[in-house]
Design a protein around this ligand. Structure first.
Ligand SMILES: [Zn+2]
Ligand SMILES: [Zn+2]
Ligand SMILES: [Zn+2]
Length: 216
């Protein structure tokens, strides 16, 4: 069953034309990769994950507010073909499907043998190359921390004067992190997790609890 798409104004072109970034852009020579100069693109809401039926384009919160991507993320329109010796797939049948990042995460977690992870680096001609291998457990912990933070755990720990550099750290907060040496954050940590809070553009000071925040 084939479904007709709905088209919307191409965000790539709209942005380029509105901002007039490259006034003398030769559109013939460097066509818009999103719409091939038709100024129209498939409505990103139509890119759906086969597994959960939800959208493939992430919605994220950036400093300027909520932002929805129009680029499908995850395994998008991937395909696998069954062959003569196939059993669980049918011979001469091509299966095309999309799995969103959330469903991929769930699949990875279910894996008896976890996926191999590499940090990506750049080659001499700026192509991505596999860098150092990354530990799956460590990566999963970072993911769980992100989910915990977004669900309010990080804020709650701060309110309870607990370290929030690690998910569910039972220790009391000893330090507060300031960005650019003076901007207050709710990022705090215990003595043990101090290294997790030390970045170049930040500074650790004695813990500033919520009641003192207003005096900053
Ligand atoms: Zn375009
Ligand atoms: Zn999904
Ligand atoms: Zn801690």
């Amino acid at each position: 069953m084939k479904k007709e798409h709905t088209y919307v104004e191409c965000t790539g072109c709209k942005w380029q034309l509105e901002q007039n970034i490259v006034p003398d852009r030769d559109w013939e020579k460097t066509p818009c990769p999103k719409c091939k100069n038709t100024r129209l693109m498939i409505d990103p809401k139509e890119y759906l994950c086969n597994m959960c039926g939800e959208g493939m384009c992430p919605n994220i919160t950036v400093p300027s507010g909520k932002w929805s991507s129009d680029v499908p993320h995850g395994l998008f329109e991937s395909s696998v073909t069954g062959g003569y010796e196939s059993y669980h797939l049918m011979d001469m049948t091509k299966y095309t499907f999309s799995f969103c990042e959330k469903c991929l995460r769930e699949l990875f977690i279910k894996c008896k043998i976890p996926p191999k992870l590499n940090d990506l680096g750049f080659s001499a001609n700026f192509e991505y190359v596999d860098g150092e291998e990354r530990d799956w457990k460590d990566e999963l912990e970072s993911y769980e921390y992100r989910i915990w933070k977004d669900a309010g755990g990080h804020h709650e720990a701060y309110m309870n004067k607990k370290c929030n550099a690690k998910k569910d750290c039972p220790s009391r907060a000893v330090y507060t992190k300031l960005y650019n040496d003076h901007d207050f954050t709710e990022d705090c940590c215990c003595e043990k997790h101090k290294p997790l809070r030390q970045y170049a553009n930040s500074k650790l000071v004695k813990f500033i609890p919520n009641v003192l925040k207003t005096f900053l």
